[in-house]
Design a protein around this ligand. Sequence first.
Ligand SMILES: C[S@@+](CC[C@H](N)C(=O)[O-])C[C@H]1O[C@@H](n2cnc3c(N)ncnc32)[C@H](O)[C@@H]1O
Length: 374
Amino acid sequence: MFRSWYATCPRGAEPALEVELHGLGAKGVRPGQGGVRFTGPRAVALRACLDLRTALRVLEPIGEFTANTADELYAGVRGLPWSDLVVEGQTLAVNATGRAEGLTNTHFVEQRIKDSVVDVLREKKGFRPSVDTRAPDVLIVAHLYDGECSLSLDLSGELLSNRGYRARTVEAPLREALAAAVVIYSGWDGTTPLRDPVCGSGTLAIEAALFASRRAPNGERRLSCERWPRTASEDARTLAALREELAARVVQPPPIFASDRDADAVEATRSNARAAKVVLQVSQADARETMPLDPPGQLLLNVPYGDRLEAGGRKQLKTFYHQLGAALRELRGHHAAVLSGSEDFESAFGVRPRGPRRVVWNGPLRCTLYNYAL
Ligand SMILES: C[S@@+](CC[C@H](N)C(=O)[O-])C[C@H]1O[C@@H](n2cnc3c(N)ncnc32)[C@H](O)[C@@H]1O
């Protein structure tokens, strides 16, 4: 059955997610803020869960109603077919975003929705599902906007961005889905060598390796919809075929290098790459001494922001950007994509960017992505 779905993503990643959705055969692709709507058979949504790099969640919308007050919210939730969606013995959780005039406390909204679902099931079916916020069988996702509440079920149950490879992080790690969006926006086709000389915990280099090897980032993940009796047997067949197809797609990536001047970052990148089962050549080095790739390839950098810098640190950071620009400018024939959260970066770096600057959000931090042809 053809129906409507919604994939959420970090803010600023919508155009990358749109490209990905077209690539996996979705129809009716319509970007919004923080997500992209699409249509297609259930198999497309399941493929989206396994294969999208930039998505946070893939949602099955179940209803929309007016909700400006707690009473309207409670009544609206009651009107949905919970007896078909939650069976005895299953656990649930609610995740809400957005707000309405009379509904400004997200935690309260989540409680109210949960109470309403539990009341319906107790009255109609005689059981009371328990709440499990860590690994619920059914995750209900609510979004309040402009006096309306839209409710969906999360097909995966856990953020798709939490790939599970990041055992260790150092300073300001990028969320995996955002790192994947940076890889896509860089325009790199995954066939030339790549280097991240300020790798931190290695997220950009690992996402680049997954991209270049054409590995589905969540190919091995168990989805929570595999535990829903109403769809489990059909989904099991579809997912088995999809997993087989995606595993057969994998190719050998080009050499991917990651370095950082910090020894802890180098160790974190090594252990995260091992957990992600990707091969990276990791070393400790200063980014201002970056050597050319052979053949010339792609550089990906998420430069230090200096948001915790003491007085005087800002000047130091500008000097670092300037020296980095001078070093990278020497790497003729290379491309570079640099993500920065600092307003000082562009002029201090001193190289003219090519194409549009893109704004993306690393959580609450507004960042700009610059592309360079060196
Ligand atoms: C914003 S973090 C990168 C975070 C990374 N993208 C992640 O997801 O974990 C910036 C990194 O630059 C490193 N760094 C700062 N100055 C450097 C230099 N001169 N050479 C190499 N690395 C440097 C820091 O140690 C830090 O790990």
